[in-house]
Design a protein around this ligand. Structure first.
Ligand SMILES: [Zn+2]
Length: 352
């Protein structure tokens, strides 16, 4: 019997050596220390042994049991240690691996052009003045010298917010940034009504027109307007300012030319062409082989508009100009369809 216990011990310890994981260890415990194990059967068979044999076999069986239990605990601890080491090895952070670069966002092409325009105007001493996108008819049209039945109002079909509820002064989405001229002049005039200060501001913002959406026209677009008011401001100042702006915006070689035009809020009015910045004036498809691109409208502020802004037209003169960042971005990047600007297509936007 003692020999048998020795065999049980040797077999169990040999088997334990081969155990590699928790599941195998559990199977080993059932096999060598479980109720059905050979060792336990020795214990339950003690009663059948002779009185002389019984104490020695019982003691020896107990020793084997204690030894196997100790070996089991030791193996379990060893397995745990090995698992921890493996985890440390496999989950180690390799600080020498190259990082994953975060994807960079981009500014919308309209915003980029808008900022470039405002940056240049800022260098030239213009301050940014923003005003509301929802306007009263009087600010959008009347104070700007569009009387209610003026034919020029037909030029701009508007989005009305409260059509018909405010008589001849309905609420609408502004069709241009020019109402900001009135807001700005009144703001500055209020500082010193008897002696209003000179003004040199840029008015950027979104404008809205009720139009058929096509490749060439959208219902919303940005505008940047410039307004200069002061004593002795002349048309030469306007020409000089826009020529300088064109050089800074489109390159030192860029020339401008003025063509007579008509706007209700300026007199005289002109449209400004800039020498094509794509071909340098030689002629290309972008400028339709004319060498010139039409990019600005401008003129001397109409006396009625000065008056409505709180500036005495007998004493003050001024000039204003307006341009569209989307149009400039389209020309610069040869974008053929204006609908891309508000289409939110990331494939389009990430090219800029
Ligand atoms: Zn060209």
């Amino acid at each position: 019997m003692l020999d048998k216990l020795q065999q049980i011990e040797t077999a169990a310890l040999t088997a334990l050596d081969a155990v590699q994981d928790e599941a195998a260890l559990d199977a080993w415990r059932v096999r060598y220390l479980g109720r059905q194990s050979e060792l336990m059967q020795v214990f339950s068979g003690l009663g059948q042994l002779s009185k002389e044999e019984r104490p020695a076999v019982g003691r020896a069986a107990n020793q084997v049991k204690v030894k196997l239990e100790a070996a089991l605990d030791e193996k379990r601890a060893a397995l745990k240690e090995a698992a921890l080491e493996r985890a440390l090895r496999e989950e180690k952070v390799d600080v020498t691996l190259p990082g994953r670069a975060p994807r960079r966002g981009r500014l919308h092409p309209s915003t980029q052009t808008l900022r470039r325009i405002l940056g240049i105007l800022g260098e030239m001493g213009f301050q940014v003045f923003t005003s509301r996108e929802v306007e009263l008819d009087e600010f959008n049209f009347q104070y700007l010298n569009f009387p209610p039945d003026h034919p020029a109002r037909e030029m701009q079909d508007s989005f009305y917010v409260e059509a018909g509820e405010r008589g001849d002064n309905p609420v609408l989405l502004r069709t241009h940034t020019s109402p900001g001229q009135i807001h700005a002049m009144r703001y500055y005039a209020a500082m010193n009504p008897d002696n209003p200060p000179p003004i040199r501001i840029a008015l950027p913002g979104m404008c809205f027109r009720y139009e058929q959406i096509t490749a060439r026209s959208e219902v919303q677009f940005n505008q940047v307007e410039g307004l200069v008011v002061g004593e002795n401001v002349t048309f030469s100042d306007l020409k000089g300012t826009l020529a300088e702006f064109a050089r800074r915006m489109f390159g030192p070689q860029a020339r401008v030319r003025f063509r007579a035009s008509y706007f209700p809020f300026t007199e005289p009015s002109a449209e400004v062409d800039v020498e094509c910045f794509v071909c340098g004036g030689k002629g290309c498809p972008v400028c339709k082989h004319s060498g010139w691109l039409e990019i600005l409208g401008c003129g001397m502020v109409h006396p009625v508009v000065l008056q409505n802004g709180g500036y005495d037209p007998q004493r003050y003169t001024g000039f204003a100009f307006g341009m569209g960042p989307e149009r400039q971005a389209m020309l610069r990047h040869k974008i053929e369809d204006i609908r891309y600007f508000w289409g939110n297509d990331i494939r389009f936007l990430k090219q800029f």
